[in-house]
Design a protein around this ligand. Structure first.
Ligand SMILES: [Zn+2]
Length: 295
């Protein structure tokens, strides 16, 4: 099982500072760490042993990941051909509990998209999902039964926003999606949930009564066809790096408004002008991850 990973040359140049670590890794990997990049998708299965998260959501890996069963009560995993239904047991438990709740409450099934690759690590299409603590769940619930293999392999993305992405699509968005977000936000061990700013704004306007859970729902780009649920670092993983705490309050008011008056206009302007955002080179994966990927 050694070296079943393809080591790809990094495109963003070398970092001169990695000398000592590079030399140590040279012995282990035969390629200096600074000159390589690993794709999590190259791992076909998880490593054995207890589950341990290493690193941070956007730069790390997971040893001993568990596989989310392809389907269960109230949920079905989609795009299984991508082999990204792996995570820490805490995340797998959340997804299966979420499914049970969906089944109980709506008699439907949730579509569960990417969690992590079998050993975590960077995967295409995501800046995070590297440590087995992130899961994407589609907003649209489906009738149970009758989801064909072909549909599950390539389910269309159904946005909760209007075509220009500026407003909520009232024909699709309902109390159901609010209840799904509330369930996830109140679930023990959920750190935060990413949704499109338009969705966060709708929650701020529509949710009455207990609004405390809104704090955990954080606006981000995209995320209009799915919610992205992130768990906190598990107690069994001392090498898991926590994210900064969310500010107090519901995150409504200025924290949402600034997306519409500042962040999104600037982003659209940049898109129009065709200037590419300056990308920092991807950070080095933690050494423990490089070793894990080569076991
Ligand atoms: Zn996501």
């Amino acid at each position: 099982m050694r070296n079943h990973f393809t080591i790809r040359p990094r495109q963003n140049g070398l970092r001169p500072a990695a000398g000592a670590i590079g030399l140590i890794l040279l012995a282990v990997l035969s390629v200096p760490a600074s000159a390589q990049t690993i794709s999590g998708d190259d791992a076909k299965r998880a490593s054995r042993g207890p589950s341990r998260v290493i690193g941070i959501y956007a730069n790390g890996c997971i040893a001993g990941a568990r596989r989310l069963p392809p389907s269960g009560r109230g949920y079905t995993a989609i795009r299984l051909q991508r082999n990204r239904n792996w995570g820490h047991p805490k995340l797998v438990r959340f997804v299966t509990d979420f499914g049970r709740w969906v089944d109980r409450r709506y008699g439907r099934v949730a579509l569960v998209a990417d969690l992590s690759a079998p050993r975590g690590g960077p995967i295409s299409g995501h800046a995070s999902h590297e440590v087995g603590l992130d899961a994407d769940i589609r907003f649209v619930l489906k009738r149970s039964g009758g989801l064909s293999r072909a549909y599950r392999a390539r389910p269309p993305e159904i946005s909760m926003l209007t075509e220009n992405k500026k407003r909520i699509d009232a024909a699709r968005w309902s109390g159901k999606q609010i209840a799904m977000l509330r369930y996830a936000a109140r679930y023990p061990g959920v750190d935060r949930i990413f949704v499109n700013p338009v969705i966060k704004r709708a929650l701020c306007r529509q949710v009455k009564g207990d609004r405390g859970w809104l704090r955990k729902v954080v606006p981000w780009f995209g995320h209009h066809a799915h919610m992205h649920v992130r768990m906190t670092c598990p107690a069994d993983s001392p090498q898991c790096i926590k994210q900064l705490k969310l500010p107090k309050g519901t995150g409504c008011g200025w924290r949402v408004r600034r997306w519409f008056v500042k962040i999104l206009p600037a982003w659209r302007k940049r898109l129009k002008s065709g200037t590419k955002p300056k990308r920092r080179p991807p950070p080095e994966l933690p050494t423990a991850c490089l070793i894990l990927f080569n076991q």
